[in-house]
Ligand binder design. Structure first.
Ligand SMILES: *Cc1c(COP(=O)(O)O)cnc(C)c1O
Length: 355
């Protein structure tokens, strides 16, 4: 399949690299690929970035049949353009599709399209430490029918956004509210998929946590509300007595590429690591016994985000005395070093884009 290209005639000025923030600026072009039952995925094209015209009856606007991904392109020391385990994102997008009744797509072709788009927009990749070009693939249901059923037609799109350093003043530990009532995902639900509606449903608890002076929510399981699942839209790790514990994957936890990479790194360093059920009581118990050494969230946007405080049912604990943990810092340095081509890549994670 050929990807047609229509270049913009009105390129935008590049934003001030010091004021990028996250997901506020978008590049000059986007990728678009349509689906219908007769032609399958067809008419792949790179076109000028711009608004969509959607029928008000479009299924995605009413029933949220939509999925997305998040990945980054980095600049290497010689100006090379690097992606991090992008095939994992494509595979996960197809798993999200399967759950949301969206047709499967050719992962290799989609990755080729992403590489072509990133190569075209290479001048938009910021170079300062901690910055990157965020890549947002997403798929929406486009049937114009109000009946509740899987759409017959879809649109796959990719947009790009230069993003600033997540941590402007270093990796400062954040305060987390353990959400006792609302849950992010349930067994048999859609938590393992990057389905748009999962995030809409999480906003109220997030807003309440911010109003209480915290920066994120720690989500508990949907059945007993006892076991830790994720922190905000990140996976979570706890260092308990030198062992790194992360919740085991079920269908209510998003299987993060960062989580998997961290597990592989820790194992390669011979750090004891376990994926298992972990109750919030056990975390508070470990704190009381002095064995709760460090805690962090992890995901593509932040890489790692140290947790400095946890509040649960009126009890407040501090972790790591307000400082980032030793392993947390080492994981951040190693992962970002590999991603940006400044450290060796023993796992073969980095994919170079021809420009
Ligand atoms: C995207 C996401 C993550 C992190 O996944 P990465 O592949 O590491 O970016 C974790 N939890 C949720 C809920 C997510 O949406």
């Amino acid at each position: 399949m050929e990807i047609t290209l229509v270049k913009t005639t009105t390129p935008k000025p590049k934003p001030d690299p010091a004021k990028l923030g996250f997901g506020r600026f978008f590049t000059d072009h986007m990728f678009v690929w349509d689906y219908n039952p007769e032609q399958g995925w067809h008419d792949p094209r790179i076109v000028p970035y711009g608004p969509l015209e959607l029928d008000p009856a479009s299924a995605v606007l009413h029933y949220g049949q939509a999925v997305f991904e998040g990945m980054k392109a980095y600049r290497g020391p010689q100006g090379e353009v690097l992606l991090f385990r992008p095939e994992q994102n494509m595979a996960r997008l197809n798993r999200s599709n399967a759950r949301m009744s969206i047709p499967q797509f050719d992962e290799e072709f989609a990755l080729r399209a992403i590489k072509e788009l990133v190569a075209l927009e290479r001048e938009w990749i910021p170079t300062a430490p901690g910055t990157a070009l965020y890549i947002r693939p997403f798929i929406i249901a486009t049937d114009n029918v109000l009946g509740v059923r899987p759409s017959a037609t879809y649109r796959f799109m990719v947009i790009l956004s230069p993003v600033g350093a997540y941590y402007e003043e270093g990796l400062n530990p954040v305060s987390i509210y353990v959400e006792p009532h609302y849950v992010r995902a349930v067994r048999g639900g859609t938590g393992f998929a990057k389905a748009a509606g999962n995030y809409a449903g999480s906003l109220l608890a997030q807003k309440n946590a911010v109003a209480k002076g915290h920066s994120q929510v720690l989500w508990l399981d949907g059945i007993e509300r006892k076991y830790v699942e994720e922190v905000g839209a990140m996976n979570v790790f706890f260092n308990i007595g030198g062992q790194m514990v992360t919740p085991d994957l079920g269908d209510s936890i998003l299987p993060g590429v960062t989580r998997d990479s961290i597990l592989q790194l820790l194992r390669s360093w011979n750090v004891p690591t376990v994926e298992r059920r972990l109750s919030v009581e056990e975390i508070f118990q470990a704190h009381a016994e002095g064995t709760l050494v460090e805690a962090f969230g992890c995901g593509t946007a932040a890489v790692v985000s140290p947790i400095g405080r946890l509040e649960y049912q009126g009890r407040l604990i501090e972790i790591g005395g307000g400082k980032i943990g030793e392993l947390t810092q080492k994981l951040y340095d190693t992962l970002t070093g590999i991603q940006t081509g400044r450290l060796p890549d023993p796992f073969g994670w980095v994919v170079r884009v021809d420009v």
